[in-house]
Design a protein around this ligand. Structure first.
Ligand code: BJ8
Length: 384
């Protein structure tokens, strides 16, 4: 696959961002940590605060969390929790940003996260946005809007700044610009062969909630320019099995399954996940009152904590059609009951549409790499 200079920026961006945050904090500004797409960045930025994502994708902090939390919960929760409470005694070093946040903005989604937030509040002040979990219910929208108002007030208290409609409108435009840039990248992926691999796109998606908006925009513009320059004969062979991944997010540090798919003959052309289309597909309506427009956009995120979650199935089928997908890899983290159970309905819908699906349930360790590899090989062979 193609080498992109802009991806080097992504790879080497960590230390620069940490220095940026340190300067920012020295100037008296606030940093918040988030775990989930349901938290609108626009409100954080409009308050004058900055944000970093705290979802852990590393395996080495899981054991630290297991001293406090049960082993049979998902690795994303354990990795994140382990990174935050890590005191270094076990010899593992957490990434610096975990210790830099002034407040966590959390959300009521799955049980593991909800209960983790109760404990995290003992370490870092934690504001929880209570999500209505039946998004199409008659009272859901107003309830969510009220919750976003409470979150806005919490940000105003933290920063001492007033979040005006003008500031929100500016941040909505900025976030929409990022979403539009991701759409342009995904357009390239409809080609055969796509000029960029799925693992390369994933690296950008993983960093979008860690870097500043300006930095991520700069990288996306650079990447788009580079992709436009890739010539047809530099793209490798057409006709590889076109794969869509759907399911749990793949937090920074975790590219295990995509690496396996693309090193074994497939090419990933889309991801229906929070490290994929869910993060940017819908724009916020800039013609509406900002808080209402934000509530409308964010309540539609088709997370498995929502019930029923038919929107997700519609999205999967639409993406499979638009990206000419040959097969779907349904990816869940161990003990993620929401995505594990939702597999049943997704599989039914895909079967009806004639699209084969491979189910992969895994964690962050390398213990199952060989076994998953054999199943991925068989899936690729079937699709070829
Ligand atoms: S909107 S997917 S980012 S909650 S993998 S911790 S669901 S047990 S991450 Fe998520 Fe927001 Fe939903 Fe997206 Fe729980 Fe499952 Fe673990 Fe998960």
């Amino acid at each position: 696959m193609q080498y992109f200079k802009s991806l080097e920026h992504i790879k080497n961006s960590y230390n620069g961002r940490i220095c940026q945050i340190a300067d920012y904090k020295r100037s008296g500004k606030k940093l918040v940590g988030t775990f989930c797409l349901f938290v609108p960045d626009e409100i954080i930025f409009a308050s004058g605060a900055n944000r970093v994502i705290l979802c852990g994708g590393r395996n080495d902090t899981v054991a630290i969390a297991e001293q406090y939390l049960p082993r049979n919960i998902c690795p994303l929760v354990k990795s994140s929790f382990g990174s935050i409470i890590n005191d270094g005694c076990s010899g593992v070093r957490s990434c610096s940003h975990f210790g830099m946040v002034d407040m966590i903005i959390a959300e009521n989604t799955c049980d593991s996260k909800k209960k983790m937030y109760e404990i995290l509040n003992d370490y870092v002040p934690t504001h929880v946005i209570d999500l209505p979990q039946r998004p199409d219910g008659s009272t859901a929208f107003n309830y969510f809007l009220q919750e976003l108002d409470k979150f806005k007030n919490a940000m105003e208290m933290l920063t001492g700044n007033v979040v005006t409609d003008e500031l929100l409108a500016k941040e909505i435009r900025s976030s929409n610009e990022i979403r539009e840039l991701f759409h342009r990248i995904y357009e390239f992926r409809k080609e055969d062969p796509p000029p960029i691999s799925g693992t390369d796109v994933l690296k950008v998606l993983q960093k979008q909630y860690f870097l500043s908006s300006e930095e991520i925009k700069k990288i996306l513009y650079m990447l788009i320019n580079e992709i436009e320059m890739v010539k047809q004969d530099e793209r490798g062979k057409p006709g590889k099995p076109r794969i869509m991944i759907t399911g749990c997010p793949m937090s920074g540090g975790n590219t295990k399954v995509p690496d396996m798919i693309e090193s074994r003959g497939g090419v990933i052309v889309a991801e229906e996940s929070c490290t994929g289309t869910r993060s940017f597909w819908d724009l916020v309506d800039e013609s509406k009152e900002p808080m209402v427009a934000l509530a409308e956009r964010y309540i539609k995120i088709p997370c498995s904590c929502m019930s029923p979650n038919l929107r997700r199935i519609d999205n999967i089928l639409e993406l499979a059609r638009d990206f000419k997908v040959d097969g779907v890899v349904y990816y869940t983290l161990q003990f993620c009951h929401g995505y594990n159970i939702e597999k049943h309905k997704v599989q039914q819908a895909l079967r009806k549409a004639g699209i084969p699906m491979l189910f992969v349930e895994t964690d962050y360790s390398s213990a199952d790499v060989e076994q998953i590899g054999i199943r991925v090989d068989a899936f690729m062979e079937m699709l070829s």
